[in-house]
Write a new protein. Structure first.
Lengths: 437, 294
């Protein structure tokens, strides 16, 4: 038997893929997360009120989602409901996160696969289309930065936000700052659309070259976004079966009853399944489980996706196109929110800390994220982080198997496999720092 | 990336690499926000953004994250061989960061029980700062360092205009009154936008934390947790001196009783502060010289 090992790059964190082959037959495909810091263990004994500042450090890419989930978990434990303005500002924070993440995933992680370079920073080495690709890289970085600036505006710090507090947020957003940001977002929108159009076109070219949109079987889909339109500051989780029917709606506190969790013997990241079936979270799950985008331009793109691929859509490269739709949505929606007054109403409500259990849910860019804390004497007695990448673990491994079987035949391994492994994994945009925490 | 680079002699463009050990990638995300470097440097290795699998010869090597596994150790020792200048970036690389909370005896055993898996990198008994293993030319503390600090580290660390302490960059007014009687903790009560957080009863340690970050947290109404480490006045002294300096500030500006103050500073009440900097606070190595810290 032979084991092929593929180190991974252009994903968040440390992981590799191992494929076992015997007599030309693929025996297994393993996704191996190779790091762990142990947040669930080392936060034990930490004062509960510090969690919203500690947990963003689980991941510098997904920090905002952890920050807000943590505050919501404490609010659940203390029995507090934040005022509407605070929810709006938290939604803005999560949109900043979405914008930054989808720009990173689309342009820094996966655009190079479409152009055939090692990184976005080598785009100018492509002999043909040189001017175009150089332009793409510059614009991509600009859009990404805007996401960070939106997080800074709504969250205080630029990577590990501090502004969401138990009971609300610690400040509103002054009108002039909101106007300035809204203007920048509106200015960037056409540029983002151009880039996404170019990305879509390059994706079709890549599909033509490899002869597939990512041919894996249908799966269950899981998300906590809104049913009619997107909502990242979410409250309940929905599951869609492979035929496209919503088959389960549950609150974050019942995740153990609905989902099956399995520790891995070969990876620091576990795996989740639903009634023994493979699940997918992330952008495609949201595209399949939300009726509309709720904003004009993003809706147009979603319409195009549905005409071309139907509902629910399954090919894995559509994760990336759905991510582009959300990039456009995040810009449009954030601009809408910033046009409303964000410094006139109450930012927070008073609260009294108490012991007990709390669950906090948000829809992170990678899917539904749950923080669960048990608090005793004001300190964390137990913490669980239910990470969307873990929901995707089985689906990543299954899609890798499809790719491996495509490129390993008889006595030969087509070295396209190396690129295919990267492409498959990046389509799911896993976050290893989060998955292993 | 810039066109300029192609027009220049390849070898005149400084090359740099980014080695990420066990961390959160927040430092890398911040570096990506400092994208002016794309016009002045060639990035040759950074797995987060580039499919390159070994550190080539570089002028500058940035290292983020703590040393948590045997694989971290291996990558770290190999990478520095090819670098002219080595920069430790972020709180994890410099003093363990928030993951240092895992070094507490009461959770350490639990922690090590997790590594019972097939062929994954082995956990070290403790998370270690990078200068436990290799020699460092420049320290760039912060969780994460701002894009501005990254640019300074790459281009002109000695010329970076930083204030001594976070307070000088914060802009909140320090008043004689009110003097709070008790700590509010981290996140309780309404934050006045103009007045010093200590006046309001928050356990802010910006008074002795290294400046240069431009105080984004305190300006946003969150107390400084000291992620940039001690200021130059304290960095070469032992941790006790640092704690005493903080206590002195609270004695002067508040009526908080000694006992409450001590508990706040020495117990997990300030867990972030205490454990992020536990290496400064009582490690067995000599303090880092201030001229090496940006």
């Amino acid at each position: 038997m032979t084991t092929l090992t593929f180190p991974l790059s252009r994903i968040e964190g440390h992981a590799r893929v191992e494929i076992e082959v015997q007599n030309g037959k693929v025996i297994s495909t393993r996704f191996k997360a190779t790091e762990m810091r142990g947040f669930d263990i080392f936060v034990q004994g930490v004062p509960a009120e510090q969690m919203p500042v500690i947990v963003p450090r689980i991941c510098g890419v997904c920090s905002t989602a952890h920050h807000v989930a943590s505050v919501k978990a404490l609010e659940d434990a203390y029995g507090v409901t934040p005022p509407p303005l605070a929810s709006k500002i938290r939604s803005l924070l999560l949109l900043g996160q979405l914008l930054q993440n989808q720009a990173t995933s689309l342009f820094i992680f996966t655009m190079p696969d479409r152009v055939g370079v090692n990184s976005l920073f080598e785009m100018d080495t492509v002999p043909e289309d040189k001017a175009i690709t150089f332009e793409i890289a510059q614009r991509a970085l600009k859009i990404r930065e805007l996401g960070t600036d939106l997080i800074t505006l709504a969250g205080g710090q630029f990577i590990h936000p501090v502004r969401a507090v138990v009971g609300g947020v610690n400040a509103g957003i002054p009108a002039e700052q909101a106007e300035r940001m809204a203007a920048r977002l509106e200015q960037v929108l056409p540029m983002a659309c151009d880039l996404f159009d170019a990305y879509w076109e390059l994706t079709i070219r890549m599909k033509d070259r490899i002869g597939s949109w990512g041919d894996d079987q249908p799966a269950y889909y899981i998300t906590s976004t809104g049913k009619v339109k997107p909502d990242f500051n979410s409250h309940e989780i929905r599951v869609m079966n492979p035929a496209g029917e919503c088959c389960e709606i549950f609150s974050p506190s019942s995740f153990r009853e609905v989902l099956e969790f399995e520790e891995s013997e070969y990876s620091y990241a576990g795996k989740t399944s639903y009634k023994g079936g493979v699940i997918r979270a992330n952008s495609l799950a949201r595209a399949n489980l939300t009726a509309h985008m709720g904003t004009k331009v993003a809706n147009g793109y979603l319409h195009r996706l549905r005409i071309e691929f139907g509902t629910p859509a399954h090919p894995i490269m559509l994760f990336e196109l759905a991510r582009g739709i959300e990039l456009v949505y995040a810009i449009e929606r954030a601009a809408q929110l910033l046009e409303q007054p964000l410094d006139k109403e109450d930012t927070d409500v008073p609260y009294t800390p108490r012991d007990g259990e709390g669950y906090g849910l948000v829809e992170a860019p990678r899917g539904p994220l749950i923080h669960h804390y048990a608090i005793e004497k004001g300190k964390i007695a137990k913490a669980e982080f239910i990470i969307p990448t873990v929901h995707n673990m089985l689906s990543i491994e299954r899609a890798l198997k499809v790719a491996a079987e495509r490129y390993i035949q008889g006595d030969t391994v087509n070295m396209e496999l190396e690129r295919a492994v990267g492409r498959v994994v990046r389509a799911f945009d896993p976050c290893i720092a989060c998955a292993t925490h | 990336m810039a066109e300029k680079i192609n027009n220049q002699e390849e070898n005149t463009v400084p090359r740099f690499a980014v080695l990420q050990l066990s961390g959160c990638a927040g430092c890398e995300v911040s570096l990506l926000n400092a994208h002016e470097w794309t016009e002045q440097f060639k990035l040759t290795y950074m797995p987060l953004v580039s499919s390159a699998y070994a550190v080539p010869e570089v002028d500058i090597l940035l290292i983020s994250g703590g040393v948590r596994t045997d694989e971290d150790t291996y990558h770290l020792k190999n990478a520095v061989k090819n670098a002219k200048k080595v920069v430790a970036v972020g709180t994890c690389a410099i003093s363990g960061g928030v993951a240092n909370l895992g070094n507490r005896d009461e959770v350490r055993q639990l922690f090590l029980s997790r590594q019972d898996r097939l062929e994954v990198p082995r956990m070290l008994p403790r998370s270690r700062p990078v200068d436990d293993l290799v020699s460092i030319d420049l320290y760039l503390p912060g969780c994460p360092p701002t894009p501005e600090l990254f640019m300074a580290a790459l281009t002109n660390p000695a010329g970076y205009p930083a204030s001594m302490i976070v307070c000088q960059e914060c802009g909140r007014k320090k008043l004689k009154e009110p003097k709070p009687d008790h700590f509010l903790g981290f996140q309780k009560g309404k934050v006045d936008p103009e007045i010093c957080l200590i006046n309001q009863g928050y356990a802010c340690i910006g008074t002795s934390t290294r400046g240069g970050c431009r105080a984004p947290c305190t300006r946003a109404g969150h107390p400084c947790v000291g992620c940039r480490g001690p200021s130059n006045a304290l960095i070469e002294k032992d941790s006790q001196a640092w704690l005493e300096a903080i206590q002195k500030v609270f004695h002067g500006m508040t009526n908080i009783a000694d006992e409450e103050l001590k508990e706040a500073l020495l117990s997990p009440q300030l867990a972030l502060f205490l454990f992020q900097f536990s290496d400064y606070a009582g490690g067995n190595k000599p303090p880092r010289p201030k001229e090496k810290v940006l």
